[in-house]
Design a protein around this ligand. Structure first.
Ligand code: ARG
Length: 738
C-alpha cells in the first residue's frame, strides 16, 4: 500500500515540479520536459515550438549542441560539422600545438582548408541521442530498502538499463539521479573522437583581461575557438584517420549578426556541471569559513611558484599556462564565492528558510528532526574540514608525482602477479607510458619541489597538531631544521635526490624495468603511500568523513523530498549534474550597486581603452589595433563601433562554457563564457538582481575570423542571418521610381 502510494506520489511530483510559476531566468531545465515551460518562453519572445527544442523523432536544437570534451559545451554551426566553443575550452588544444617557433597560442591560427586543421588526440564530443525518466524502474528495484542499502541496487539496475539501451549499438549511456536521488534519468549519447582544431584567436584576444577581468563585468574578451567533428565514411563515429569526412549534422545553428538589445529573449542550451542550490546553512558556513579559504591558500602556493617559472622563458610558459589558467580560474572563483555569500547574507537567509521549514515539519515525524540531524552531522565533520581539503588534490596530491607513485605501485604489483597475461601486460605498459608523457608535460623541477615543501609546511601549521598524521610528525622529527619551512624543504631535497619516482629521467629508467623490491624501499613511495586517499582516510579520519558523507546523502534526499511536498506548486528544477539543460530569460542590464547601472553590451572602444602594450593580460595584436584605427568593422559593426561582449540573466555554471546563446528565432547570438563578480555565490544561491551570464557577441567572433584572420572559408560555411532590408510596398516603389 505504502509503495503504491509512493509511486503515485512520485508521478504526481514529476508532473507538479515542472509547472513553473516564477519568472524563469532562474532554473536549468531538462530539455525533455521543457514543454512545461513553453508558454512562458513564448511570452518572453521565443518563436519556435517545443519540438524544435527537443525531439526524438525529428532534428531539433539539441542535435546541434555537444558536450565538448566532457568539460565544456559546443554548438554545430555548419553542415560540415563546424563547432564553436570558448577560447578557454580550446586553450589546451592550442597550447599543445604550440612551440616557441610556431606559437599558435600567442599568434592565433585559422585553417584555410580542411587539410590545415589540427587533430587533437584525446578530445571528443558527445551528442545527446535521447533521455528517459527511469524513476519507476529504479524505485521498483529499491522498493522497501532503507536509504543506506540502496546504492548497490541502484548500481545493479543502472547496469541493466544501460545495457538494454545500448546493446548492439555504438552508443553510450548513463543513469543520473536528480533532486538528490529522488528521481533517476537515463541519458544516451553518441561520442565522436576525431575532433580537429580549425581556428583560435591570439590569446591576447581570446583571454583578453586574463585573471584580472576573469569573472567580472564589464568585459572585453574574445573567448571563442573553432573545431570540426570528423566521422567515418558512413557519418558514424570513427577513430582518427586522415581520410575521415567532416561530420554531417542533423541540425546546425544559423548565426545572427542582427544584434541584441535590453529585454530581448535569450536562451542558453548546454551542459552545466554542478550547482549546490539546496545546500543548507551549515554547508554555507563550512564553505565561507573553512573550505574555501583553505582551497584559495593552497592554489595560491601553486600559482605563485608556477608564475615565477613561466616568466622565465616562453617554452616554460607554453608548457604550464593551460594548467595555470585552470588553477587560477577556480582560485578566483572561491575568493568570489566566499565574498558574495557573505555580502548577500546567504547563511542568514538559509537559516531563516530552515527555521520556517522546521516549523512546517514539526508535526511530520519523517522530517521533524531533519535540521537537528544536519547539525549533528556537521558537528562531527567540521573539525576535519581543513584537513580534508589538505588531503585532496588541492593539497597533498597537488604535485603530480605523488599520485603517480601510487598508480605505478599498483601497476608494478599487478605486473608481477599477472606476468603471464600478455594482453594485460601490454595494456599496463601503454597506460604507464601515457601517464609518463602527461607527467612530463607539466613537470617543473623548481616549482614542483617548492610547491611540495610549501604545502607540507602549510599543512603542519594549519592543521591542528592533535590531528597530525604520523608520517608528518615523523618527517618533522627526522628532518627538523629550525623551522617547519626549512624542515620540509630539506625533506623535499632528500626525496628529489634519492627517489626514482620523481624526476622524469629517473622515473622513465625505472619504469622501463620496474622492480618491486626497489619500489618498496624508495623514499618517494614510502611517502606517497601515506597520501593515497583510501590509506590516508583509514589512518587519519577513521569513518568520520565517510559517515558524514553517507548521512549527508540521506538527509539531502529527505530534505528535497520534503521541499517538494511542502511547495507542491513551486517551480523546482534539479541541480546541475553535467546533463543537458536549457536556461531562458532576457538580455538584461543590472545595477552592481546603488546609483549605477551596467550596460548590456561592451564595445571595442572599451577593449582598446584597456590596452597595455606588452602586458600579460591586456596586450592586443597589431591586426586588431590597425583595423580599429581604420574603423574596419564591415557588416559586424554598428554605430561606428564593434560590439564585443553582452550580458543576459540566464542561469549557467561551469561546464556551460561555450554554450550557444540563442535568440527567439533559434539563431546563435553569442557564446556564453563567464559569470559576474556580484553573483559569484550563484552556484549556491541564485540572485535574480545580480546573476548574469557573460557572452561573446557573434559579431565580434565573425569579425575576428573574417577581418583579422582573413578566413573567408570559415565565414562562407556559416548560415549568417542579417537584418533583411524592410520590404517595400507597391506604393513605396512607385514613389521611388518617381
Ligand atoms: N571564468 C571562466 C569560466 O569558468 C573561465 C575563464 C578562463 N579565463 C581565465 N582567465 N582563467 O567559465
Amino acid at each position: 500500500m505504502r509503495n503504491k502510494l509512493k509511486q503515485a506520489w512520485l508521478i504526481l511530483l514529476i508532473i507538479l515540479i515542472y509547472i513553473p510559476n516564477t519568472k524563469a531566468d532562474e532554473g536549468m531545465w531538462l530539455p525533455m520536459l521543457i514543454g512545461k515551460n513553453y508558454e512562458q518562453m513564448k511570452k518572453q519572445g521565443f518563436k519556435l515550438t517545443p519540438e524544435d527544442l527537443y525531439s526524438v523523432n525529428k532534428a531539433s536544437l539539441k542535435d546541434a549542441i555537444v558536450s565538448f570534451g566532457g568539460f565544456c559545451t559546443g554548438e554545430i554551426v555548419s553542415k560540415n560539422g563546424l563547432i564553436f566553443t570558448n577560447h578557454h575550452c580550446g586553450y589546451d588544444a592550442a597550447a599543445s600545438n604550440s612551440t616557441p617557433q610556431n606559437n599558435i597560442l600567442d599568434s592565433g591560427f585559422y585553417a584555410k582548408s580542411n587539410a590545415e586543421e589540427k587533430p587533437i588526440p584525446g578530445l571528443f564530443v558527445r551528442f545527446l541521442v535521447r533521455m528517459a525518466d527511469v524513476t519507476p524502474q529504479v524505485s521498483e528495484a529499491i522498493k522497501g530498502l532503507p536509504f543506506e542499502k540502496r546504492a548497490a541496487k541502484v548500481a545493479e539496475i543502472t547496469r541493466t538499463l544501460i545495457g538494454d539501451a545500448t546493446q548492439g549499438t555504438n552508443l553510450e549511456a548513463e543513469v543520473k539521479d536528480i533532486f538528490k536521488a529522488n528521481q533517476y534519468l537515463l541519458f544516451i549519447y553518441e561520442r565522436y573522437s576525431d575532433i580537429r582544431l580549425v581556428g583560435i584567436p591570439p590569446q591576447s584576444i581570446g583571454k583578453f583581461g586574463g585573471d584580472t577581468d576573469n569573472w567580472e563585468w564589464p568585459r572585453h574578451t574574445g573567448d571563442f575557438s573553432i573545431f570540426r567533428v570528423y566521422a567515418g565514411a558512413d557519418n558514424k563515429p570513427a577513430q582518427y584517420a586522415a581520410n575521415n569526412k567532416p561530420y554531417t549534422p542533423k541540425k546546425f545553428l544559423p548565426v545572427s549578426i542582427k544584434g541584441v538589445k535590453n529585454g530581448d529573449f535569450a536562451m542558453v542550451y548546454g551542459f552545466p556541471g554542478r550547482t549546490d542550490r539546496y545546500l543548507t546553512s551549515y554547508g554555507v558556513k563550512v564553505a565561507t569559513d573553512l573550505a574555501n579559504p583553505t582551497i584559495v591558500k593552497l592554489r595560491d602556493i601553486r600559482l605563485k611558484a608556477w608564475k615565477e617559472e613561466m616568466d622565465k622563458d616562453v617554452a616554460t610558459r607554453l608548457k604550464l599556462s593551460s594548467e595555470y589558467a585552470n588553477i587560477a580560474n577556480y582560485w578566483k572563483y572561491y575568493i568570489g564565492q566566499t565574498e558574495q555569500l557573505k555580502r548577500h547574507k546567504i547563511y542568514e537567509e538559509k537559516q531563516k528558510q530552515e527555521a520556517e521549514f522546521t516549523k512546517w515539519a514539526a508535526n511530520k515525524p519523517e522530517y521533524a528532526n531533519l535540521f537537528s540531524d544536519y547539525e549533528k552531522a556537521y558537528k562531527t565533520y567540521e573539525p576535519y574540514v581543513i584537513q580534508n581539503v589538505y588531503a585532496g588534490f588541492n593539497g597533498l596530491l597537488a604535485v603530480n608525482w605523488v599520485d603517480n607513485a601510487n598508480t605505478f605501485a599498483t601497476a608494478i604489483n599487478n605486473l608481477q602477479t599477472k606476468k603471464d597475461d600478455q594482453a594485460y601486460v601490454a595494456n599496463v605498459k601503454q597506460e604507464t607510458s601515457a601517464t609518463l608523457d602527461a607527467y612530463e608535460l607539466t613537470y617543473n623541477e623548481t616549482a614542483d619541489k617548492k610547491i611540495f615543501a610549501q604545502i607540507l609546511t602549510s599543512f603542519y601549521n594549519d592543521v591542528p597538531k592533535s590531528q597530525h598524521p604520523k608520517f608528518i610528525t615523523l618527517i618533522a622529527e627526522n628532518y627538523w631544521a629550525n623551522s617547519p619551512e626549512a624542515t620540509f624543504k630539506k625533506y623535499a631535497d632528500y626525496l628529489w635526490d634519492k627517489s626514482v619516482l620523481i624526476t622524469p629521467v629517473k622515473l622513465r629508467q625505472f619504469m622501463a624495468n620496474p622492480n618491486k623490491e626497489v619500489l618498496e624501499k624508495d623514499p618517494g613511495y614510502l611517502y606517497a603511500k601515506n597520501v593515497l586517499p583510501s590509506e590516508y582516510a583509514k589512518a587519519n579520519f577513521g569513518t568520520i568523513i565517510t559517515d558524514y558523507a553517507a548521512q549527508r546523502a540521506k538527509l539531502d534526499n529527505l530534505y528535497l523530498k520534503a521541499l517538494m511536498e511542502k511547495n507542491p506548486n513551486a517551480a523546482i528544477y534539479p541541480d546541475a549534474n553535467s546533463t543537458m539543460r536549457i536556461s531562458y530569460g532576457q538580455i538584461q542590464n543590472y545595477s552592481p550597486k546603488d546609483g549605477m547601472t551596467y550596460n548590456i553590451q561592451t564595445n571595442i572602444d572599451g577593449m582598446v581603452a584597456k590596452y597595455q602594450p606588452g602586458d600579460d593580460e591586456f596586450d592586443l595584436p597589431k591586426s586588431l589595433l590597425d583595423a580599429y584605427a581604420k574603423k574596419d568593422f564591415r557588416e559586424y559593426g554598428v554605430n561606428g563601433t564593434l560590439p564585443v561582449n553582452f550580458i543576459s540573466n540566464n542561469d549557467i555554471t561551469g561546464g556551460n562554457s561555450g554554450s550557444p546563446v540563442i535568440n527567439g528565432n533559434g539563431e546563435l547570438i553569442g557564446l556564453a563564457f563567464d559569470g559576474n563578480w556580484e553573483a559569484m555565490s550563484g552556484d549556491i544561491a541564485f540572485d535574480k538582481n545580480y546573476k548574469r551570464t557573460i557572452s561573446v557577441d557573434t559579431r565580434f567572433v565573425l569579425w575576428c575570423i573574417d577581418v583579422l584572420g582573413g578566413a573567408k572559408n570559415i565565414i562562407n560555411e556559416l548560415d549568417i542571418r542579417r537584418d533583411t532590408p524592410p520590404k517595400l510596398s507597391i506604393k513605396d516603389k512607385m514613389i521611388m521610381k518617381k
